[in-house]
Design a protein around this ligand. Structure first.
Ligand SMILES: Nc1nc2c([nH]c(=O)n2[C@H]2C[C@H](O)[C@@H](COP(=O)(O)OP(=O)(O)OP(=O)(O)O)O2)c(=O)[nH]1
Length: 133
């Protein structure tokens, strides 16, 4: 029996002028220093869409509107399994403040692979590149 917990996590693909928001996790956090699409754990009774809008408010103090689903990826980090669900998200209002991450970059699709992504994100990065190129 596999007793590992599956944690459902959302990830926001935010596009502006053909650049995509990439966020670096704090060194002190899980997957510290790795790059991700911002988001977080889905709370009990919460939809992925509501989770993303809440997380973006908490992480950057912005208002956002969740749009279409891109894809999801299950990744086993050893101590836990992450089910990462990626959605396209529109930034509606507010200036980005770094409240949780240590850095952000807005990168074009052909630059996105240069970052040291969290492993769970790699299939999502590839899907994004394949879908949009
Ligand atoms: N948000 C997000 N988390 C990711 C991505 N890729 C990836 O492996 N993760 C992992 C890192 C963490 O182990 C987990 C999400 O945790 P988190 O710390 O961002 O979530 P949260 O804000 O709800 O956390 P907390 O309230 O428990 O502190 O998923 C990604 O692209 N976005």
């Amino acid at each position: 029996m596999n007793s590992k917990k599956i944690v459902e996590v959302t990830a926001a693909i935010i596009r502006k002028d053909n650049r995509f928001l990439c966020a670096q996790r704090k060194d002190s956090s899980e997957q510290g220093g790795k790059w991700e699409f911002p988001g977080g754990k889905i709370e009990d009774g919460e939809t992925p869409e509501a989770c993303l809008e809440r997380e973006l408010q908490e992480e950057f103090n912005i208002q956002a509107k969740c749009g279409n689903f891109l894809c999801e990826n299950m990744h086993d980090y050893g101590n836990k399994i992450i089910k990462l669900k990626a959605y396209f998200v529109d930034h509606m209002q507010g200036n980005f403040k770094l409240l949780v991450h240590q850095d952000i970059k807005w990168l074009a699709l052909d630059q996105i692979h240069e970052l040291d992504w969290a492993e769970a994100d790699l299939p999502i990065v590839n899907q994004l590149i394949n879908d949009l190129k």
